[in-house]
Design a protein. Structure first.
Length: 467
């Protein structure tokens, strides 16, 4: 190797080092930036529902776009969680309002995460650093069930599905959930923690003030209520402001203290005159629908009562999975269905391997998601409950977990698409001009000069300009 070749190799090495370090210093100083589409930039990022095994991240984007969370512990972001709305299908869809719940976490552990947004899943963080959250420690048995629920609709009357309901209680970690397709929402206060995460939330069941903020697509609602008037919270129309604390404090009008006071102004003379004229009561006509019969047909009056109280007649059912053997593309699927309001359901997966309790909400729906990941393969969901006659009933539904990844790591929506295809050369280079002669020094000096300039610029941006 001659001296000129040595200078060439040295120049290439210097310029590569200069490009790496000089470019990094300039970028860190802000002299070089890569523009990101502002319409997919996450806004109003919030962390809620922090528990011993989960937390939720929510954010908004100006344009409807895909979104997910890349998270992990010990500095690694090696796991991905889809938006809650995508859990059933396992495919990322476009939304403006995003709500992603990360589950299956370790207690008292610090996790870092970044938000992936847009078709290319560009990473967004907290001013150059990954977001950070620490899960709560494990506690003993939780307090009795205490639910806060209600409905949210648009001004047109349609359900405000997909909107996020944020619940804030003094001394309690922030809570959130998304409005369902029918406009209903439900949050369990029994699982809430204090702001220090070391205890279950403590509050007065009658007088504690609750602040509710509903975030929709371009509109919000601010609601104030209290624990005496939170199940259900009166209906909310997105874009409106409410104060429901006075509703719980209103006292009913006093009833008459005696029968005499209640009927003192009743026209008794007309009653006496009617009694004198009537010798025997007339037989009331029996309508055909009201006749006593053994045919098993439902009397019309009873059917009308059921129509006035439809939620009481809804049978317990499983909506998801819809059919036996259905494939689910997530290891922590959301199970849901219908049933009579306030009905308590005992839920088991694989004959007691996982056991939990769910309560049918006031809209006649229930939902449940396992705390830990389910193994790939076949499983059985079992629902036990007591019917209106006091008899025990059981529903079974088989399903298949069709992916072994957590949160959709291996799903098609996240597969990289090659930007170009390598083409094999079909011709050989010409050799008519002979062998090229190495050692021309001008390019070498140019490379060395470029490397020196980049290193000097980077040093200035990082050190000199820092002062």
């Amino acid at each position: 190797m001659n001296t000129k070749q040595l200078f060439t190799y040295l120049g290439v090495t210097v310029v590569l080092i200069a490009l790496l370090f000089g470019g990094y210093f300039v970028y860190q100083k802000g002299l070089l930036t890569f523009q990101k589409d502002p319409t997919i930039t996450p806004k109003k990022v919030k962390i809620t529902n922090v528990s011993h095994d989960r937390f939720t991240v929510s954010w908004l984007t100006d344009a409807a776009t895909k979104g997910s969370i890349a998270y992990g512990s010990k500095g690694k972001l090696d796991q991905v969680q889809l938006d809650d709305n995508d859990q059933l299908t396992g495919q990322a869809q476009d939304y403006k309002v995003h709500h992603a719940t990360i589950t299956g976490l370790q207690p008292a552990t610090t996790y870092n995460f970044e938000i992936k947004s847009g078709e290319k899943l560009i990473s967004f963080n907290d001013n150059g650093e990954a977001y950070s959250v620490k899960t709560a420690p494990t506690l003993g048995s939780q307090p009795p069930t205490d639910l806060i629920n209600g409905t949210v609709s648009l001004e047109s009357g349609a359900p405000a599905s997909g909107s996020i309901v944020y619940v804030t209680i003094p001394g309690v970690t922030p809570l959130s959930t998304q409005v369902k397709k029918d406009g209903s929402w439900l949050i369990s206060l029994a699982n809430a923690r204090t702001t220090k995460l070391t205890e279950y939330a403590q509050y007065d069941p009658e007088t504690t003030i609750i602040d509710i903020m509903v975030q929709g697509d371009g509109k919000t609602s601010n609601v104030t209520t209290n624990t005496a008037n939170d199940s259900p919270v009166p209906a909310i129309t997105l874009g409106q402001t409410y104060d429901f604390t006075a509703l719980a404090q209103a006292e009913p009008e006093p009833m008459p203290s005696t029968i005499d006071e209640e009927v003192q102004d009743f026209p008794t003379d007309e009653i006496l005159a009617t009694d004198e004229e009537t010798t025997e009561p007339e037989a009331l006509p029996i309508e055909p629908d009201e006749e006593a019969t053994d045919s098993g047909e439902m009397p019309e009056t009873y059917a009308q009562e059921l129509e006035q109280n439809p939620l009481e007649s809804i049978p317990v059912s499983i909506t998801n999975p819809a059919d036996d053997g259905e494939e689910l593309n997530t290891t922590q699927p959301d199970f849901f269905g219908e049933g009579p309001a306030n009905k308590v359901l005992t839920i088991q997966i694989d004959s007691g391997t996982t056991t939990a309790t769910a309560v049918v909400d006031s809209e006649g729906t229930w939902s449940y998601s396992p705390n830990s990941n389910l193994a790939e393969g076949s499983h059985t969901l079992t629902i036990d409950y007591t019917d209106s006659n006091g008899d025990n009933q059981t529903l079974n539904r088989s399903f298949v977990i069709a992916t072994a990844g957590v949160g959709g790591d291996d799903l098609p929506a996240f597969e990289a698409t090659p930007s170009a295809t390598s083409v094999t050369r079909s011709s050989m280079p010409s050799t008519e001009s002979g062998t090229p002669t190495s050692g021309f020094s001008l390019p070498t000096y140019g490379i060395l000069l470029l490397g020196f300039v980049l290193l000097t610029t980077g040093f200035y941006a990082k050190v000199i300009n820092k002062a």
